[in-house]
Design a protein around this ligand. Sequence first.
Ligand code: AP5
Length: 246
Amino acid sequence: MRDYSNVPVLILLGPPGAGKGTQAKILEDHFGLVQLSTGDLLREAVAAGTDAGKAAKSVMEAGELVSDEIVINILRDRLGDPDCSAGVILDGFPRTIPQAEALSELLTSQGTQVHAAISLEVQDEAMVERISGRHTCDGCGEGYHEAFKRPVVEGVCDKCGGQKFRRRADDNADTVRRRLVAYHNETAPLIAFYEGKGALKTLDAMGEINAITDALRQIVRPIVVDVRGVHAATKTSNSSQMETTT
Ligand code: AP5
């Protein structure tokens, strides 16, 4: 079995629209980590028409949570991929206590653990606005917002130059409200769960995207350095965009 003891495992917690995906992608580049979004993995399964995708489709469109069994299996498979040995940022997983317990068991069996669960604290009312303005580039998946994050050149993706954008099927005001209810009922208890394990960090995430990135980097950097160890951290410093974390 692979040795995962120097593999950082971070969780971004927060309701729909809190900025988990936006920030996870930035941290991925800064620290050479891999973003694991169960929402993205489920949408891929839906698009591919797998059994899991067929079971998940209507549940996602209704703004409810997909069964723990499906999500845990999808996450377990992805976590076993070789690229994850660089370290992972979990975005949208776990979302229930049973998912958190399954994750803990899985990581323990691989010689690692959750090093930090970072709770992005936001106000529900603002989330409906954030989500209704969201769209992504059809080519590379880069995320944008009609008011808060527009491409530099109107209608052209900053990252890949693509000119087609799309919206998610569950990004309408009614479904967002149901997703917020699911968050408060089933996911918010994870804040106390990780606090009890001494892994919780909290961050006010109502500011501008760049300010939140800076604050997150302050939290994440020492953890990544500590877990990887200084030598392992410098091994990944050959990308000009990536922090050396030393
Ligand atoms: P998922 O895809 O995980 O969606 P979500 O948790 O509802 O989160 P979002 O992706 O909507 O929000 P985000 O926090 O990533 O915000 P973003 O950065 O995009 O899940 C979808 C569905 O899949 C679930 O409803 C469920 O059915 C199922 N599912 C997934 N995982 C599951 C699991 N583990 N168990 C069971 N079911 C599961 O930002 C939003 C917008 O705001 C963007 O346009 C962005 O540009 C903008 N923005 C970001 N930050 C700021 C800021 N600081 N200021 C202004 N605008 C900002």
